[in-house]
Design a protein around this ligand. Structure first.
Ligand code: CTP
Ligand code: MG
Length: 234
C-alpha cells in the first residue's frame, strides 16, 4: 500500500498581506498561522510524515516550540523563488531523507490555509486513494463572473458552469508530481495541479466547502479568527 506524505510550502513573503512578518507566522487563535495546518496533518492517522518547506533565510520557525509534533515533522530550509520551486525543492530534499516510493502520495497544502479540517483531509484521501492521477479539494464558483477590459468596464459575463476554485491539499503520486514540476515550462503556476495538467492529465476535483479559503489579505485573517473562535466553542 502506498504511503501518504504531506508537504507544506511556507517560503513565501505574503506580499498581499502587507505585513512585515510573512503571513504564515501571523498569530491566529493564539498560534502562528502555520501551526494549524501542521497540526491537522500531524494528527491525521493517514499521514505518515509531514515536510515543511521554509525559505533558507527563515528566522521565525525556530522561535516556536514544535516538540509536540517532532516524531512526524521534518523542516527543510530549501524554499525557492516561486511556490512551484519550493514544492519541487521540498520533494527532492524529502527523498534524500526518507524512502519515498514512486507511487506514494504527496499531499501539498498551503501554509496559508489553516482552516482545513480533519474530515476534509480524510475525504480527499478516501476519494482519491484508487485514482490513477490524483486531484484536489475545490469549490464550485458561486458568484456571477464578469470579464473586464483594461478600463474596468464589463466586456462580458462569463458562465460559471463547470468552474471551480482550486484549494489545497492537492494530492498526487510522488514521481508524477516531481516529473510534472520538473517539466513545467514556467514556474509561475500557482498550484500543483497545473503542472499535472500541463502533462496532459486531468486531476479529479473533490467538492469541498469554501471555509478552507487561503489567507491572502488582512480581512481573510480576521474572518479565519472568527471561524476558529466559533469552532473552539463547539
Ligand atoms: N510559497 C512558497 N514559496 C514561494 C511562494 C509561496 O512556499 N516562493 C507558499 C506560501 O508560503 C504559501 C503558499 O505557497 O503557504 C501559497 O502561496 P501564497 O498564498 O501566494 O503566499 P505568498 O506567496 O507568501 O503571498 P503573496 O503571493 O501575497 O506574496
Ligand atoms: Mg504568492
Amino acid at each position: 500500500m502506498p504511503n501518504y506524505y504531506a508537504l507544506i510550502p511556507a517560503a513565501g513573503y505574503g506580499a498581499r498581506m502587507g505585513n512585515q512578518l510573512p503571513k504564515q507566522y501571523l498569530t491566529l487563535a493564539g498560534h502562528p498561522m502555520i501551526y494549524h495546518a501542521t497540526r491537522t496533518f500531524c494528527e491525521s492517522p493517514q499521514i505518515k510524515h509531514v515536510f515543511i518547506v521554509l525559505s533558507p533565510q527563515d528566522p521565525e520557525w525556530k522561535k516556536y516550540d514544535w516538540d509536540v509534533f517532532s516524531d512526524k515533522l521534518s523542516v527543510f530550509y530549501c524554499g525557492g523563488e516561486t511556490r512551484a520551486e519550493s514544492v519541487f525543492n521540498g520533494l527532492n530534499t524529502a527523498a534524500r531523507h526518507f524512502a519515498i516510493e514512486s507511487p506514494d502520495w504527496i499531499l501539498v497544502h498551503d501554509a496559508a490555509r489553516p482552516l482545513l479540517t480533519q474530515h476534509q483531509l480524510s475525504q480527499l484521501i478516501d476519494e482519491l486513494a484508487d485514482d490513477a492521477i490524483g486531484g484536489l479539494l475545490a469549490v464550485p464558483v458561486a458568484d456571477t463572473l464578469k470579464r473586464s477590459g483594461a478600463d474596468t468596464r464589463v466586456l462580458q459575463t462569463e458562465s460559471r458552469e463547470h468552474l471551480w476554485q482550486a484549494q489545497t491539499p492537492q494530492m498526487f503520486r510522488y514521481s508524477m508530481l516531481l516529473e510534472a514540476l520538473n517539466n513545467v515550462p514556467e514556474l509561475s503556476i500557482t498550484d500543483d495541479a497545473s503542472a499535472i495538467e500541463a502533462m496532459g492529465h486531468h486531476p479529479r476535483l473533490v467538492h469541498n466547502k469554501s471555509e478552507n479559503f487561503k489567507i491572502t489579505y488582512p480581512q481573510d485573517l480576521a474572518l479565519a479568527e472568527l471561524i476558529m473562535q466559533q469552532r473552539n466553542q463547539q
